[in-house]
Design a protein around this ligand. Sequence first.
Ligand code: ATP
Ligand code: RIB
Length: 305
Amino acid sequence: MANKVTIVGSINVDRILQIDALPQPGETICMQDLTIAAGGKGANQAVAAARSGATTSFIGAVGQDLDGQMMLHKLGDNQVNTCAIQVMNSRATGQAYILLQATGQNSIIISAGANADVSSTQVNANQDLITQADYVVAQFETPITATTTAFQIARANQTLTILNPAPATETISKDLLQLTDIIVPNETEAANLTGIEFTNEQSMQMIATEFFKAGVKVVIITLGSRGCFVAREGFAKIIPALSVEAVDTTAAGDTFIGSLATELAPDFVNLESAINYASRASALTVQKLGAFPSIPTRNEVEALG
Ligand code: ATP
Ligand code: RIB
Protein backbone atom coordinates (compact mmCIF):
# COMPACT_ATOMS: atom_id res chain seq x y z
CA MET A 1 0.00 0.00 0.00
CA ALA A 2 1.25 3.49 -0.88
CA ASN A 3 2.50 5.75 1.92
CA LYS A 4 1.04 8.92 3.42
CA VAL A 5 3.28 11.79 2.33
CA THR A 6 3.30 15.42 3.46
CA ILE A 7 5.31 17.96 1.51
CA VAL A 8 6.55 21.24 2.99
CA GLY A 9 7.63 23.23 0.00
CA SER A 10 7.37 25.55 -2.96
CA ILE A 11 4.69 26.23 -5.52
CA ASN A 12 5.65 28.03 -8.76
CA VAL A 13 4.18 28.86 -12.10
CA ASP A 14 6.81 27.86 -14.66
CA ARG A 15 7.38 29.87 -17.84
CA ILE A 16 9.36 27.66 -20.16
CA LEU A 17 11.32 29.59 -22.80
CA GLN A 18 12.43 27.16 -25.50
CA ILE A 19 15.66 28.40 -27.06
CA ASP A 20 18.41 26.90 -29.23
CA ALA A 21 21.15 27.86 -26.77
CA LEU A 22 21.72 30.33 -23.93
CA PRO A 23 22.37 33.92 -25.14
CA GLN A 24 25.88 35.35 -24.71
CA PRO A 25 26.19 38.53 -22.57
CA GLY A 26 24.86 41.42 -24.70
CA GLU A 27 23.25 39.07 -27.23
CA THR A 28 19.53 39.10 -28.11
CA ILE A 29 17.95 35.84 -29.26
CA CYS A 30 14.44 34.72 -30.29
CA MET A 31 12.72 31.90 -28.42
CA GLN A 32 11.12 29.04 -30.37
CA ASP A 33 8.14 28.81 -28.04
CA LEU A 34 6.81 29.87 -24.63
CA THR A 35 4.89 27.36 -22.50
CA ILE A 36 3.30 28.04 -19.11
CA ALA A 37 2.99 25.05 -16.77
CA ALA A 38 2.43 24.33 -13.09
CA GLY A 39 5.64 23.62 -11.16
CA GLY A 40 7.77 24.35 -8.11
CA LYS A 41 9.90 21.68 -6.46
CA GLY A 42 7.47 21.03 -3.62
CA ALA A 43 4.39 21.00 -5.84
CA ASN A 44 6.06 18.68 -8.36
CA GLN A 45 7.04 16.25 -5.59
CA ALA A 46 3.49 16.32 -4.24
CA VAL A 47 1.96 15.61 -7.66
CA ALA A 48 4.48 12.81 -8.27
CA ALA A 49 3.50 11.23 -4.95
CA ALA A 50 -0.24 11.66 -5.52
CA ARG A 51 -0.13 10.31 -9.10
CA SER A 52 1.68 7.25 -7.73
CA GLY A 53 -1.12 6.73 -5.21
CA ALA A 54 0.20 8.33 -2.00
CA THR A 55 -2.23 10.09 0.31
CA THR A 56 -0.61 13.49 -0.15
CA SER A 57 -0.84 16.77 1.81
CA PHE A 58 0.90 20.06 1.24
CA ILE A 59 2.11 22.84 3.55
CA GLY A 60 2.99 25.90 1.46
CA ALA A 61 1.85 29.30 0.23
CA VAL A 62 0.57 31.05 -2.88
CA GLY A 63 -0.32 34.69 -3.59
CA GLN A 64 -3.84 36.06 -3.73
CA ASP A 65 -3.76 36.13 -7.53
CA LEU A 66 -4.83 34.16 -10.60
CA ASP A 67 -1.63 32.09 -10.56
CA GLY A 68 -2.34 31.13 -6.94
CA GLN A 69 -5.90 30.08 -7.78
CA MET A 70 -4.66 28.07 -10.74
CA MET A 71 -2.06 26.27 -8.62
CA LEU A 72 -4.57 25.45 -5.87
CA HIS A 73 -6.91 23.99 -8.49
CA LYS A 74 -4.15 22.00 -10.20
CA LEU A 75 -2.96 20.52 -6.90
CA GLY A 76 -6.53 19.73 -5.85
CA ASP A 77 -7.29 18.14 -9.24
CA ASN A 78 -4.34 15.83 -8.54
CA GLN A 79 -5.82 14.76 -5.17
CA VAL A 80 -3.28 16.75 -3.16
CA ASN A 81 -4.80 18.02 0.12
CA THR A 82 -4.43 21.82 -0.15
CA CYS A 83 -6.04 22.75 3.22
CA ALA A 84 -2.66 23.83 4.68
CA ILE A 85 -1.70 26.10 1.77
CA GLN A 86 -1.85 29.76 2.86
CA VAL A 87 -3.08 32.42 0.45
CA MET A 88 -0.96 35.54 1.08
CA ASN A 89 -2.17 38.97 0.02
CA SER A 90 1.25 40.57 0.50
CA ARG A 91 3.15 38.63 -2.17
CA ALA A 92 2.61 37.08 -5.59
CA THR A 93 2.64 33.34 -6.31
CA GLY A 94 6.16 31.97 -6.91
CA GLN A 95 7.45 32.14 -10.47
CA ALA A 96 10.11 30.20 -12.35
CA TYR A 97 11.63 31.18 -15.68
CA ILE A 98 13.06 28.07 -17.31
CA LEU A 99 15.50 28.51 -20.19
CA LEU A 100 15.21 25.20 -22.02
CA GLN A 101 17.89 24.57 -24.61
CA ALA A 102 17.54 22.31 -27.65
CA THR A 103 19.79 19.79 -25.87
CA GLY A 104 17.10 19.33 -23.17
CA GLN A 105 19.34 21.07 -20.59
CA ASN A 106 17.62 23.73 -18.48
CA SER A 107 18.67 26.83 -16.53
CA ILE A 108 16.14 28.16 -14.02
CA ILE A 109 15.60 31.62 -12.48
CA ILE A 110 13.07 31.75 -9.64
CA SER A 111 11.17 34.48 -7.86
CA ALA A 112 10.16 33.07 -4.47
CA GLY A 113 7.11 35.31 -3.90
CA ALA A 114 4.72 33.73 -1.40
CA ASN A 115 7.02 30.69 -0.95
CA ALA A 116 9.16 32.95 1.26
CA ASP A 117 6.23 33.30 3.69
CA VAL A 118 5.98 29.62 4.67
CA SER A 119 6.65 29.77 8.42
CA SER A 120 7.17 27.66 11.54
CA THR A 121 3.88 29.02 12.86
CA GLN A 122 2.10 27.67 9.80
CA VAL A 123 3.86 24.32 10.15
CA ASN A 124 2.94 24.11 13.86
CA ALA A 125 -0.68 24.93 13.06
CA ASN A 126 -0.77 21.98 10.63
CA GLN A 127 1.30 19.50 12.60
CA ASP A 128 -1.36 16.78 12.36
CA LEU A 129 -0.48 16.45 8.68
CA ILE A 130 3.08 15.61 9.73
CA THR A 131 2.36 13.36 12.70
CA GLN A 132 -0.09 11.28 10.63
CA ALA A 133 2.29 10.88 7.66
CA ASP A 134 4.84 8.15 6.91
CA TYR A 135 7.17 10.70 5.29
CA VAL A 136 7.59 14.46 5.35
CA VAL A 137 9.53 15.85 2.39
CA ALA A 138 11.14 19.29 2.01
CA GLN A 139 13.47 21.22 -0.31
CA PHE A 140 15.28 24.57 -0.17
CA GLU A 141 12.79 26.80 -2.00
CA THR A 142 10.95 27.64 1.24
CA PRO A 143 12.47 28.95 4.51
CA ILE A 144 14.77 26.54 6.37
CA THR A 145 13.20 27.54 9.70
CA ALA A 146 9.84 26.11 8.60
CA THR A 147 11.51 22.93 7.34
CA THR A 148 13.42 22.49 10.61
CA THR A 149 10.19 22.84 12.59
CA ALA A 150 8.50 20.28 10.34
CA PHE A 151 11.38 17.83 10.75
CA GLN A 152 11.40 18.33 14.56
CA ILE A 153 7.70 17.44 14.69
CA ALA A 154 8.36 14.47 12.41
CA ARG A 155 11.23 13.13 14.52
CA ALA A 156 9.19 13.43 17.72
CA ASN A 157 6.36 11.40 16.13
CA GLN A 158 8.19 8.63 14.21
CA THR A 159 7.49 10.24 10.83
CA LEU A 160 10.49 9.83 8.52
CA THR A 161 12.07 12.84 6.80
CA ILE A 162 13.39 13.26 3.26
CA LEU A 163 15.46 16.33 2.42
CA ASN A 164 16.06 17.40 -1.18
CA PRO A 165 18.75 20.11 -0.70
CA ALA A 166 17.83 21.96 -3.90
CA PRO A 167 18.52 24.51 -5.25
CA ALA A 168 22.19 24.02 -4.38
CA THR A 169 23.67 25.86 -1.40
CA GLU A 170 27.11 25.80 0.20
CA THR A 171 25.96 25.01 3.73
CA ILE A 172 23.34 23.09 5.61
CA SER A 173 22.68 23.41 9.33
CA LYS A 174 23.82 20.53 11.54
CA ASP A 175 20.43 20.69 13.29
CA LEU A 176 18.58 20.06 10.04
CA LEU A 177 20.91 17.23 8.97
CA GLN A 178 20.50 15.52 12.35
CA LEU A 179 16.75 15.51 11.74
CA THR A 180 17.10 14.15 8.18
CA ASP A 181 16.59 10.41 7.60
CA ILE A 182 17.09 10.39 3.83
CA ILE A 183 18.96 13.02 1.81
CA VAL A 184 18.55 13.20 -1.97
CA PRO A 185 20.92 15.73 -3.59
CA ASN A 186 22.02 15.78 -7.23
CA GLU A 187 25.74 15.77 -8.05
CA THR A 188 26.21 19.55 -7.75
CA GLU A 189 24.27 19.77 -4.51
CA ALA A 190 26.17 16.83 -2.99
CA ALA A 191 29.58 18.34 -3.87
CA ASN A 192 28.63 21.86 -2.73
CA LEU A 193 27.31 20.70 0.63
CA THR A 194 30.23 18.48 1.54
CA GLY A 195 33.08 20.30 -0.24
CA ILE A 196 34.10 16.92 -1.73
CA GLU A 197 34.90 17.03 -5.43
CA PHE A 198 32.57 14.78 -7.38
CA THR A 199 34.67 12.46 -9.53
CA ASN A 200 34.04 8.74 -9.19
CA GLU A 201 32.20 6.18 -7.06
CA GLN A 202 34.80 6.56 -4.32
CA SER A 203 34.02 10.27 -4.02
CA MET A 204 30.30 9.43 -3.81
CA GLN A 205 31.06 7.04 -0.95
CA MET A 206 33.07 9.78 0.79
CA ILE A 207 30.13 12.18 0.42
CA ALA A 208 27.77 9.54 1.83
CA THR A 209 30.11 9.00 4.79
CA GLU A 210 30.01 12.74 5.58
CA PHE A 211 26.21 12.65 5.66
CA PHE A 212 26.19 9.45 7.79
CA LYS A 213 28.45 11.19 10.33
CA ALA A 214 25.84 13.96 10.57
CA GLY A 215 23.11 11.43 11.36
CA VAL A 216 21.54 10.76 7.94
CA LYS A 217 20.49 7.12 7.41
CA VAL A 218 20.17 6.86 3.62
CA VAL A 219 22.01 8.91 0.97
CA ILE A 220 20.80 8.95 -2.62
CA ILE A 221 22.78 11.08 -5.09
CA THR A 222 20.92 11.46 -8.38
CA LEU A 223 23.17 11.36 -11.45
CA GLY A 224 20.84 12.44 -14.28
CA SER A 225 20.90 10.02 -17.23
CA ARG A 226 23.44 7.85 -15.34
CA GLY A 227 20.90 6.98 -12.64
CA CYS A 228 21.71 7.34 -8.96
CA PHE A 229 24.12 6.30 -6.23
CA VAL A 230 22.49 4.90 -3.09
CA ALA A 231 24.19 4.22 0.23
CA ARG A 232 23.23 3.02 3.70
CA GLU A 233 25.65 1.95 6.41
CA GLY A 234 27.39 -1.12 4.95
CA PHE A 235 25.72 -0.89 1.52
CA ALA A 236 26.43 1.23 -1.56
CA LYS A 237 25.45 0.82 -5.19
CA ILE A 238 24.88 2.69 -8.46
CA ILE A 239 21.43 2.02 -9.91
CA PRO A 240 21.38 2.92 -13.62
CA ALA A 241 18.63 5.03 -15.24
CA LEU A 242 16.51 3.84 -18.14
CA SER A 243 17.93 4.76 -21.52
CA VAL A 244 15.48 7.26 -23.03
CA GLU A 245 15.46 10.36 -25.28
CA ALA A 246 15.25 13.37 -22.92
CA VAL A 247 13.20 16.35 -24.12
CA ASP A 248 13.09 18.38 -20.88
CA THR A 249 14.63 17.20 -17.61
CA THR A 250 12.66 19.71 -15.47
CA ALA A 251 11.15 17.89 -12.47
CA ALA A 252 13.14 14.67 -13.05
CA GLY A 253 14.54 14.95 -9.52
CA ASP A 254 11.16 15.95 -8.11
CA THR A 255 9.42 12.98 -9.71
CA PHE A 256 12.13 10.71 -8.35
CA ILE A 257 11.63 12.02 -4.79
CA GLY A 258 7.82 12.05 -4.80
CA SER A 259 7.74 8.52 -6.20
CA LEU A 260 10.36 7.29 -3.74
CA ALA A 261 8.42 8.72 -0.78
CA THR A 262 5.34 6.86 -2.02
CA GLU A 263 7.05 3.52 -2.48
CA LEU A 264 9.69 3.21 0.24
CA ALA A 265 8.70 1.11 3.24
CA PRO A 266 9.46 2.92 6.53
CA ASP A 267 12.00 0.18 7.46
CA PHE A 268 13.72 0.70 4.05
CA VAL A 269 13.46 -3.05 3.37
CA ASN A 270 12.51 -2.40 -0.29
CA LEU A 271 15.07 0.38 -0.89
CA GLU A 272 16.30 -0.94 -4.25
CA SER A 273 12.88 -1.68 -5.70
CA ALA A 274 11.54 1.70 -4.52
CA ILE A 275 14.49 3.38 -6.28
CA ASN A 276 13.82 1.36 -9.42
CA TYR A 277 10.21 2.56 -9.35
CA ALA A 278 11.37 6.20 -8.87
CA SER A 279 13.89 5.85 -11.74
CA ARG A 280 11.21 4.53 -14.08
CA ALA A 281 8.88 7.40 -13.12
CA SER A 282 11.54 10.06 -13.73
CA ALA A 283 12.58 8.45 -17.03
CA LEU A 284 9.00 9.13 -18.16
CA THR A 285 9.12 12.72 -16.87
CA VAL A 286 12.18 13.65 -18.96
CA GLN A 287 10.44 12.59 -22.16
CA LYS A 288 7.79 15.35 -21.94
CA LEU A 289 7.82 19.14 -21.72
CA GLY A 290 6.94 20.91 -18.46
CA ALA A 291 6.77 19.87 -14.80
CA PHE A 292 3.18 18.86 -13.88
CA PRO A 293 2.34 17.83 -17.48
CA SER A 294 5.24 15.36 -17.57
CA ILE A 295 4.82 13.58 -14.20
CA PRO A 296 3.48 10.04 -14.73
CA THR A 297 0.73 8.10 -12.98
CA ARG A 298 1.34 4.74 -11.32
CA ASN A 299 -0.34 3.00 -14.28
CA GLU A 300 2.06 4.69 -16.70
CA VAL A 301 5.09 3.71 -14.59
CA GLU A 302 3.90 0.12 -14.19
CA ALA A 303 3.21 -0.15 -17.93
CA LEU A 304 6.97 0.19 -18.45
CA GLY A 305 7.28 -3.35 -17.05
P1 ATP B 1 15.84 18.47 -11.91
O1 ATP B 1 16.46 19.59 -11.09
O2 ATP B 1 15.92 18.69 -13.40
O3 ATP B 1 14.50 18.04 -11.43
P2 ATP B 1 17.88 16.87 -10.65
O4 ATP B 1 19.17 17.50 -11.05
O5 ATP B 1 17.36 17.10 -9.29
O6 ATP B 1 16.76 17.19 -11.72
P3 ATP B 1 18.71 14.43 -11.91
O7 ATP B 1 19.88 13.80 -11.27
O8 ATP B 1 18.93 15.17 -13.19
O9 ATP B 1 17.96 15.30 -10.81
O10 ATP B 1 17.60 13.33 -12.24
C1 ATP B 1 16.89 12.62 -11.24
C2 ATP B 1 16.63 11.21 -11.74
O11 ATP B 1 15.87 11.31 -12.96
C3 ATP B 1 17.89 10.44 -12.11
O12 ATP B 1 18.41 9.78 -10.98
C4 ATP B 1 17.36 9.49 -13.16
O13 ATP B 1 16.75 8.35 -12.54
C5 ATP B 1 16.27 10.31 -13.87
N1 ATP B 1 16.79 10.96 -15.07
C6 ATP B 1 17.25 12.22 -15.19
N2 ATP B 1 17.67 12.48 -16.44
C7 ATP B 1 17.44 11.36 -17.14
C8 ATP B 1 17.65 10.98 -18.52
N3 ATP B 1 18.18 11.82 -19.39
N4 ATP B 1 17.30 9.72 -18.89
C9 ATP B 1 16.75 8.86 -18.00
N5 ATP B 1 16.52 9.15 -16.70
C10 ATP B 1 16.86 10.38 -16.27
O1 RIB C 1 12.76 21.14 -9.98
C1 RIB C 1 12.05 21.77 -11.02
C2 RIB C 1 11.35 23.00 -10.50
O2 RIB C 1 12.32 23.92 -10.04
C3 RIB C 1 10.54 23.76 -11.54
O3 RIB C 1 9.22 23.29 -11.66
C4 RIB C 1 10.66 25.19 -11.08
O4 RIB C 1 9.47 25.73 -10.60
C5 RIB C 1 11.76 25.21 -10.01
O5 RIB C 1 11.22 25.36 -8.75
